[in-house]
Design a protein around this ligand. Structure first.
Ligand code: ADP
Ligand code: ASP
Ligand code: MG
Length: 451
């Protein structure tokens, strides 16, 4: 739809009534915004994840459900408790209780996904009511009617062509006359079972819907005024980046800049949709535009960190002058739905990293016993945890003299466990102890951006 904007509001932006008010003003001020994608209110998904854990006691579950209800009721109270909205929220809260009981009987991943999806269902119902309260014509819409995925619960794969067809059929006719408030993070498979896209997946949902509806722009409204040269929580001197290319933004997201879910850029690139990242607390501050082409492509753009990294070291004498070892290893990892991030090889060793963060909506790790056993059949496997991947992101990194000196001169006091550079012109990555990551980020940021 020409001129359409899809706007996504993250957890802190829809945390409570006053946060929702600010977001409603942003929507009302831009009549191009017809599709609104919301995350669960801040903290709700974490509580739902806790409810899926086998170790959570009945008493803890009761308290968690009470806390989730409290977050919704505070919003409803401020709205004057409209009976239809209260009834819808009560229905969701009752369903949460049923799902928690169901999980006691069977720890099914499908039930976990359905439980995790209830946070976004609540926030979309409440937020549509906030918009109506301000005089907008707005309704909540169940995204599971259009956001079709495969059945890989916890980290489902969207089915792009089907999403486009379903959006054309069910969503397009609605947005000509009203603002649709829908859920990020969740989808449904062909049988109608609820799926989730992995933690932080609401950004991705917004981009997928924008692609399906052929929107002109996606706006990601969050708690920072754009994408910064590094996480402003880690380095107070981090600066917002007014404009960044798709490639650089994708690298930043992939290497841990939490402000964007790593897959968000893909649909935008496919349809050449501009992405804006801004703060719902201070929209007047502007933010970052992510575009196909940008006027400035500096060597150093940002530094990012991805924590909780696992390094797999594989050793096999069969590797020596042999063929097919890597193919076999990658086939095994692919079978277990694991994508390899970084890789270095020597004659009889291969080291590779797996990204565990946000791997699965319910927080389950990637390294299963079954995978380790299968790998052990053809090599010796060593697993190292407690690592963080720090990435310097920019342009022409692999073809600019002096980059390594500037990066490594500040890394002198630190042990660098692995280095990856050269495959992409956009990054140089080092693996360091997780405990040293913040210090490494600050030192790099200072050397590359503050001198
Ligand atoms: P939301 O709930 O809106 O999706 P997130 O918490 O997922 O928000 O993402 C926003 C957070 O991302 C910021 O508060 C910030 O701490 C973090 N962040 C990490 N790297 C960056 C970066 N390079 N620029 C801006 N924010 C970043
Ligand atoms: N609510 C989900 C999460 O906390 C999805 C999102 O916020 O993007 O991970
Ligand atoms: Mg997020």
């Amino acid at each position: 739809m020409p001129g359409l904007t899809v706007a996504k509001f993250g957890g802190t932006s829809v945390a409570d009534y006053s946060a929702m008010q600010r977001c409603a003003n942003i929507i009302i001020n831009n009549p191009a915004t017809k599709v609104v994608v919301v995350s669960a209110s801040s903290g709700v998904t974490n509580k739902l994840v806790a409810l899926t854990q086998a170790t959570t006691t009945d008493e803890q579950s009761r308290l968690l459900i009470e806390q989730i209800a409290e977050i919704q009721y505070q919003i409803l109270n401020k709205l004057g408790n409209p009976s239809d909205v209260v009834a819808q929220i009560n229905a969701v809260l009752s369903h949460i209780k049923v799902l928690v009981e169901r999980l006691v009987l069977s720890r099914s991943k499908a039930v976990m996904d359905e439980l995790l999806s209830q946070g976004e269902l609540c926030s979309s119902i409440c937020f549509a009511a906030v918009l109506r309260n301000k005089g907008a014509s707005a309704n909540a819409f169940d995204v599971r009617q259009v956001l079709r995925t495969d059945s890989h619960h916890g980290r489902a794969e969207p089915q792009i062509a089907l999403i486009a067809q379903l959006a054309e059929m069910h969503l397009m006719p609605l947005i000509t006359s009203q603002v649709i408030v829908t859920q990020g993070f969740i989808g449904a498979d062909a049988q109608g079972a609820t799926t989730t896209l992995g933690r932080g997946g609401s950004d991705y949902s917004a981009a997928l819907l924008a692609e399906a509806l052929r929107a002109e722009a996606v706006e990601i409204w969050t708690d920072v005024a754009g994408i910064y040269t590094t996480d402003p929580r880690l380095a107070p001197n981090a600066k917002p980046i007014p404009e960044i290319s798709f490639n650089e933004a994708a690298e930043m997201a992939t290497f841990g800049a939490k402000v964007l879910h790593p897959a968000t850029i893909l649909p935008a690139v496919r349809q050449k949709i501009q992405v804006f990242v801004g703060s719902s607390w201070a929209p007047e501050k502007g933010g970052t535009w992510i575009r196909h082409q940008v006027s400035d492509e500096p060597v150093y753009r940002a530094v990012a960190v991805r924590r909780d990294q696992t390094l797999l070291n594989l050793h096999s004498l069969q590797m020596l002058h042999a063929q097919g070892f890597l193919a076999e290893t990658f086939a095994t990892l692919a079978k277990h739905k694991i994508s390899v991030d970084l890789i270095t090889t020597s004659e009889v060793n291969v080291s590779l990293t797996l990204d565990k963060t946000g791997s699965d909506s319910s927080g389950q790790g990637l390294l299963s016993e079954a995978l380790l056993q299968e790998l052990s059949q053809h090599c010796r496997v060593r697993v190292e945890d407690g690592l963080a991947l720090v990435a310097v992101i920019g342009n022409k990194i692999a073809s600019t003299a002096g980059v390594c000196r500037r990066v490594f001169e500040v890394l002198e006091p630190h042990n660098v466990r692995m280095i990856c550079q050269g495959a992409s012109p956009h990054n140089l990555c080092v693996l360091v102890a997780e405990t040293e990551a913040a210090e490494v980020i600050r030192a790099l940021h200072e050397n590359l951006f503050e001198l």
